[in-house]
Ligand binder design. Structure first.
Ligand SMILES: C[S@@+](CC[C@H](N)C(=O)[O-])C[C@H]1O[C@@H](n2cnc3c(N)ncnc32)[C@H](O)[C@@H]1O
Length: 253
């Protein structure tokens, strides 16, 4: 299978990497989560981020929720395999290159960062919503390390694992989920996504599936067929199109 080759040292990430996913989060995903019987009415909304690299993904979530859904109480737990990434997450300081690489919207930029000695520091109110720690999503008992999650992010990591490790990591990540949950799962073999999401009775969220998939492809080389982490364009003739190209899944099991 060409889509699976091991390399756990790719740390590429970006702030506001998927604006379409953030729209889905603050709209249909939160509406779905709010309908859960054991949902976040009494307790904070719990978001579990796996393989969070240097923190851009978790901080993007925290900043987006604080700014656009200020009435929602939430907390985020985020882990990564590498100590140096976890240290950078805690520090929350980024270079201009790291912050500005993807042309952030002015509002996001202004509400997320403050300038500090030529660098950009994530604002304290955002930093305090996220707890960081080290974890291997393949081998560590994630259900013991994370609180039960309403929303899980396992993004752009499974395609860096070999096939059996990716299967183990997927199941391990799901073990941290509440019964009624949402899963964000970009960056994996598309065949594997179809198989695993069906096996686990996850339903694709019908929200801008094509646009979100196409936008994600900006972060990988154009000659995608030369890279194991490259992603094919949205192909209308493929079977299971929604399941194949959706990056967001919902379930009540
Ligand atoms: C390409 S980055 C993706 C970061 C972020 N999730 C995103 O989508 O922007 C992949 C991250 O996965 C982490 N990683 C690789 N193997 C891992 C493993 N077995 N357990 C936990 N994290 C892992 C790497 O350290 C890296 O930070």
């Amino acid at each position: 299978m060409t889509g699976c080759r091991p390399s756990q040292n790719h740390t590429y990430t970006a702030f506001n990497r998927s604006p379409g996913q953030m729209e889905a989060l603050i709209g249909p995903v939160l509406r779905f989560i709010s309908r859960a019987a054991d949902g976040p009415r009494q307790t904070p909304l719990q978001i579990n981020v796996m393989a969070g690299s240097i923190g851009a993904e978790a901080y993007t979530l925290a900043s987006t929720l604080l700014s656009l859904r200020p009435n929602i109480d939430f907390q985020i737990h985020c882990s990564d395999l590498h100590d140096e990434n976890v240290a950078r997450c805690y520090e929350g300081i980024y270079s201009a290159e790291e912050v500005l690489a993807t042309g952030l919207p002015e509002r996001f930029f202004r509400t997320t960062f403050e300038r500090e000695n030529g660098f950009y520091r994530v604002k304290p109110a955002i930093r305090k919503r996220v707890t960081f720690f080290k974890a291997d999503i393949v081998t560590d008992p994630l259900a013991q390390l994370y609180p039960p999650g309403d929303i899980l992010f396992v993004q752009n990591v499974l395609f860096h694992l070999d096939c059996s490790a990716a299967h183990r990591a997927f199941t391990n990540a799901l073990s941290t989920a509440k019964t009624h949950h949402a899963l964000f799962i970009d960056g994996m073999s598309l065949d594997m996504r179809v198989d695993l999401t069906r096996q686990h009775q996850l339903m694709p969220l019908e929200y801008k599936i094509r646009a979100i998939h196409q936008h994600a492809r900006r972060h990988v080389p154009e000659d995608w067929w030369n890279y194991y982490f490259g992603a094919e364009p949205y192909l209308f003739f493929k079977a299971d199109r929604k399941r194949r190209y959706s990056t967001i899944f919902l379930t009540t099991q």
